[in-house]
Design a protein around this ligand. Structure first.
Ligand code: COA
Length: 359
């Protein structure tokens, strides 16, 4: 077969077929299994959306309650894992702790989809207890309620259904995004027929980079420093003059608008009013306008997500772990799709190094 040379970073390359998700710059639509992701964020529960992403159809009542019960039943971690977390050096980043813990986590079910979902179900507890292990504080007690209520409690120590509902929308939008870098990496690992633990570990390693998930807590670093629209505009211009990337802007697929960002912009408007922080919304809108004016780059989901998480009272150390926890349901779906119709992912490279060297 003649080799095919593809663009660097595989930009614009269709690497495989998938029935899980499609993101389209032209239409500005993001679909999970045919359903609009923003509609799901507006109207569905996290459990419903996760079921759709993983199994490909809207669950009936019985399927939904079975799935929700499974997530509750598998949400805790064993004593050995708790002990391992306490041995991890305190300066470790939480996402690294999560990756290490997931690589060793004991699982009840050998069957692939159950093993994957067991890991996904445990992510919020791993993030919460991991954070406490790193800071030497006591772990939180039993989490109750829906997935997002339990998660909100594990992130903040508070039981608050209203805030959990706002969090739920963000979790749904973070859940899936076709062949993003961590999902692609997971599929490479799955294609070797490595087990779910190994594939999830790969994904957790890949999501960490600032060009993927690791940008979301950096957004607050600059957003919380400004006080006025003028300062916001100046900050953008200074960053661009220094050829610095502005975290929370730009996207491989969305060149006009990220539908998830626009949804969360609306959420920010609601939350900033609720929390009497209207200025934050105005400054964010000013930054968005200026970056678009100067570089024609749209705000991505992380930009508005970070600001919403801030107003939800979530510590910035949890931003990436929260994203990874929600995305782990997308990872489950991709692992299952990869192994169901597998071909080892192993591209070739064009050699540009020396030849004929002699010892
Ligand atoms: N700030 C300033 N300039 C940016 C930018 C940003 N956030 N994002 C892209 N650009 C510029 C690049 O410097 C490049 O300019 P050039 O052509 O003059 O060299 C051009 O826009 C194309 O960017 P590139 O990085 O090649 O696009 P990509 O499709 O490979 O990358 C991202 C997409 C997301 C990696 C990129 O936009 C980025 O790094 N964003 C900031 C990090 C971030 O928000 N990550 C979360 C992603 S959801």
């Amino acid at each position: 077969m003649d080799p095919i040379i593809v663009p660097k970073g595989l930009a614009g390359v269709i690497a495989d077929e998938s029935a899980i998700c499609t993101a389209d710059n032209e239409t500005g639509k993001l679909l999970y299994r045919g359903y609009s992701a923003t509609d799901l964020a507006e109207k569905a529960t996290f459990e419903q959306a996760a079921y759709i992403v993983v199994y490909g159809h809207m669950p009936n009542e019985q399927e939904l309650s079975g799935f929700s019960d499974f997530l509750i039943k598998n949400s805790d971690i064993d004593q050995n894992t708790e002990s391992i977390m306490k041995l991890i050096p305190k300066h470790t980043e939480l996402i690294d702790l999560m990756r290490s813990v997931v690589s060793l986590i004991p699982l009840d079910e050998a069957k692939t989809d159950k093993a994957l979902l067991e890991i996904a179900a445990k992510m919020p507890r791993i993030a919460s207890d991991g954070r406490n292990a790193l800071s030497g504080t006591a772990v939180l007690g039993k989490a109750e309620g829906t997935y997002s209520e339990r998660f909100y409690y594990l992130l903040t120590g508070n039981k608050d259904s209203e805030m959990a509902e706002h969090l739920e929308k963000l979790l749904i939008l973070y859940m899936e995004h076709e062949l993003n870098a961590s999902t692609f990496a997971l599929r490479v690992t799955a294609s070797t027929l490595a087990d779910p633990r190994a594939a999830m570990t790969t994904a957790l390693a890949t999501i960490k980079g600032p060009l993927h998930g690791g940008a979301n807590d950096q957004i607050l670093n600059y957003m919380l420093k400004m006080d006025s629209r003028e300062e916001a505009i100046k900050l953008v211009d200074e960053k661009l003059a220094r050829k610095e990337k502005i975290m929370g802007f730009g996207h491989r697929i969305y060149k006009n608008a990220d539908p998830r960002a626009q949804f969360m912009k609306n959420e920010l408007k609601v939350l900033s009013k609720l929390k009497h922080e209207e200025k934050l919304y105005d400054l964010a809108a000013a930054i968005e306008e200026t970056v678009w004016d100067r570089k024609k780059l749209p705000a991505n989901l992380d930009f508005y997500a970070a600001l919403c998480m801030h107003l939800l009272g979530i510590d910035h150390a949890f931003y990436l772990p929260l994203f990874a926890s929600a995305r782990s349901f997308g990872w489950c779906a991709h692992y299952m799709e990869q192994v169901a119709n597998n071909k080892l992912i192993r591209p070739d490279s064009k050699y540009i190094g020396p030849t004929g060297l002699r010892l």
